[in-house]
Design a protein around this ligand. Structure first.
Ligand code: COA
Length: 178
């Protein structure tokens, strides 16, 4: 791994393959302290890449020395979480005066964990959502994501589980004023 600084830019279609591989690795490795193998397998159905965010220009990559260290984004659309493969998506546009922006699909490559990649992406998302008039952000956290969001000021709204992947996976809805 290089010691170059972290840089960031909007994700492009050309990044899709590298981002998908990174997400698969992040789900497989970074959820291990929190979930058993069956729950991790189940997570793959309810998480992952949402190409709509890339199309919308609301998805970021953080790089170090030309390699993608992490990716994540926000959304002005109703879907609260999930990837292209997840059921129940809703592309309706949110109203910044009434609805919270969504923070979506945050993944750090395991080689770059705990180096501030997640924190950097979250701050980019919040700044961009604020610039579009949103005054609040909400997200659905995995157990791996919860410490990051707590550290960045998000507060618990409700705990629930999602069994659409076959086995129930614990999740947590969180929110923060922007
Ligand atoms: C969640 C995830 C994106 C965090 O990424 P990250 O780049 O390692 O996070 P950061 O380095 O920016 O962490 C910022 C702060 O969050 C907290 N934090 C992050 N990961 C933590 C962990 N595993 N344990 C305890 N605190 C943690 C710490 O306060 C940390 O600051 P510190 O390192 O200075 O103590 C990463 O773990 C991941 O990809 N997980 C698997 C996929 C996933 O579940 N994504 C979340 C979807 S909601």
């Amino acid at each position: 791994m290089s010691s170059a600084a972290l840089t960031h830019r909007l994700a492009a279609r050309a990044d899709l393959a590298e981002m998908t591989a990174l997400m698969d690795l992040a789900i497989a490795e970074l959820l291990k302290p929190y979930l058993d193998a069956a729950q991790i397998e189940s997570s793959k159905t309810i998480m992952g890449l949402d190409t709509q965010l890339v199309e919308d220009g609301t998805y970021f990559v953080v790089e170090q020395g030309g390699a993608i260290a992490g990716c994540g984004g926000w959304s002005r659309r109703a879907t609260l979480y999930g990837g292209d493969r997840s059921p129940g998506r809703d592309a309706a546009l949110l109203d910044p005066n009434r609805d919270p922006a969504r923070v979506r699909a945050m993944y750090t490559h395991p080689d770059y964990k705990r180096r501030g990649v997640g924190r950097l992406i979250l701050s980019l998302c919040e700044r961009a959502a604020r610039a579009e008039g949103f005054v609040r952000a909400e997200l659905v956290a995995t157990m791996a994501g919860e410490p990051l969001y707590k550290a960045c000021g998000y507060r618990e709204i409700e705990r629930f589980s999602d069994d659409r992947g076959g086995i129930a996976v614990p999740l947590l809805r969180m929110g923060k004023p922007l």
